[in-house]
Design a protein around this ligand. Sequence first.
Ligand SMILES: [Fe+2]
Length: 262
Amino acid sequence: MIDIHCHILDEVDDGPQSLDESIELCRKLKDAGITGIVATPHFIDGGGYMPTPQLIRSKVGNLKKVLKEKDIDINIYSGMEVFADYNTIERVKNNDILTLNDSRYILIEFAMDIVPKYASSLIFSLLVEGYVPIIAHPERYTAEYRKSGVLKDLVYNGALVQINSGSILGDHGKRAQKEALTLINEEMVHLVSSDSHGAHRLLDNKDNLEVKLIKFCGLENTQRLMYTNPLMVLENKDIEYLTKVKKSFFLLEIVKNIRYSS
Ligand SMILES: [Fe+2]
C-alpha cells in the first residue's frame, strides 16, 4: 500500500520534530504494511508552515539515504498538503507548490469549520490548469461539505476525495466514521491514506483497515481505495472509480455505529 498523505518529514510542520522520530515513523509504517510514502507536509500560506519545494526535496533525499543505510525498505516521494485559500492558484502557477510525486495530482485541504466561497472556483481553476485536486479528509471537517452538496459538485466536476484510515477505523470518533462510510456509500471516495503525524494518527496495521473496508464495500472497491488508486496517483495515471456498495453492507455498519455510540 502506498500512503499518499503522510507527515513524515522532520521539522517542517506538526509532524516529526526530529530525524530520529521521522525514521521511527517510517519503520512503523513499513511494519504496518506500507511500501511507499508520499511526504505531504502542510503548506499554509501565511500560517506558519510554508516549506519550499527545494527544502522538501532535500529532506526527502536525506531521509531516503538514511533509510537505506538503516535497511528500512520503504520508498519516499515528495508532495505537499496545501491549505486552500485565495492565493492557492497563484502559488501553483509560481511553482511554490509540490504536487504528489510531481504528478498532476495535488492534495488540497479545505477549512474545517466553514465552506469557503472560493472552493468551487479554486477546484475549477486547478482543473483548467491541468491538475487533479484531491480533497484531503473531508469526513473530518465540521462544516457540512457533504450535506450542503458542495462536495458532490466538486467531485462531479473532477475533484477526487481522500479519506483517512483512522476515520474508517473509528480513531477520529463516530461522526467522522459515519461521514467516511457515507461518502464511500455515495461513491465519492477515491483514496484512503493515513495522514500520520509522527506517532499521532499512525496506521499501525493495514490489514485491520483492509478487513474493515472489504466488509463494508467489497474486495474490488477496497483494492481501488488502498492499492490501485494510490499507485495510479504516484504514476500519474487515471484512477479507478468505486462501484456501488451493496445496501446491506452500508446499513449494517451504520446500525453498528449507532449501537456502539449509544
Ligand atoms: Fe495532513
